[in-house]
Design a protein. Structure first.
Length: 254
């Protein structure tokens, strides 16, 4: 069977969200289909895939390899092939660099153009853009924002269904991600980093990490801890003064 033919069947049997299938199709069409789509599954070689992955950015390569493994895993499960060319294929490690984030005070002081309220809403409530874009005024009542869906349908996990104390600035969101992202880009951040703003606000106000996990809708507490370990340079500068005051000594300068 041709890879193209099997891929079309795979999209219908995978037990994943529609958005995930959409992302898989786009990734396949861009990176795998031109290379191996017209080949038989058993004709694809490890070398072909490996050379292709080396030409891609590390994160794209990793996602492309995971998709290819999914295609062949299902082919072997359904007895379409017994050959897996991906067993020894590897990608370069993903280099994760810290993303800039702003404090609430910084967000509130900046001009975000026509999306002033929407940007502030994200920073004060920690919602994902896809969750906020699905909100209506009816979802805000009794002092809370009630999160139970996204623009893609149901929330991606049970932990994403939650209520968050409402702190104002709600206005309907645009149905496209790009205009607000462009507004955020002008100040060197992205929309997702506003969740870090919210998490940092919770941290500085002494909110326990397990409570923050529920407010952010994280399934994995490790994700929350990664945000809670973020520090601003000013915090490092303040440590000397805090410890000196606690110990009753004068800061030493050289």
């Amino acid at each position: 069977m041709l890879v193209d033919q099997w891929a079309e069947k795979v999209w219908t049997i995978l037990q994943v969200r529609p958005k995930t299938v959409h992302d898989y199709k786009r990734l396949y069409k861009r990176h795998l289909q031109p290379l191996i789509g017209s080949l038989e599954l058993d004709e694809v070689s490890s070398e072909q895939i490996q050379i292709k992955l080396l030409s891609l950015p590390p994160q794209t390569a990793r996602h492309t390899l995971m998709l290819a493994k999914t295609i062949w895993r299902e082919a072997m499960t359904y007895g379409i092939t017994e050959k897996n060319p991906l067993t020894r294929v590897r990608t370069a490690p993903i280099q994760i660099t810290p993303r800039k984030f702003l404090t609430w005070e910084e967000v509130n002081a900046l001009d975000w153009g026509r999306y002033n309220d929407q940007i502030r809403f994200l920073a004060l409530h920690g919602l994902r853009w896809s969750e906020a874009a699905a909100l209506t005024a009816d979802d805000i009542h009794d002092g809370f924002v009630w999160v139970n869906r996204s623009i893609h349908g149901l929330c991606k996990s049970k932990t994403s269904v939650r209520r968050v104390p409402y702190l104002g600035h709600f206005k309907p969101f645009p149905k496209s991600y790009k205009p607000m992202q462009q507004a955020a880009n002008r100040h060197g951040v992205n929309l997702h980093s506003l969740r870090k703003t919210y998490a940092y606000l919770l941290k500085t106000q002494g909110v326990h990490v397990t409570t923050a996990q529920r407010l952010l809708g994280h399934a994995d507490p490790v994700l929350t801890m990664k945000v809670y370990t973020l520090v601003k340079d000013s915090e490092i500068d303040d440590v000397g003064e805090l410890l000196s005051a606690h110990l009753g000594i004068s800061p030493v300068t050289r």
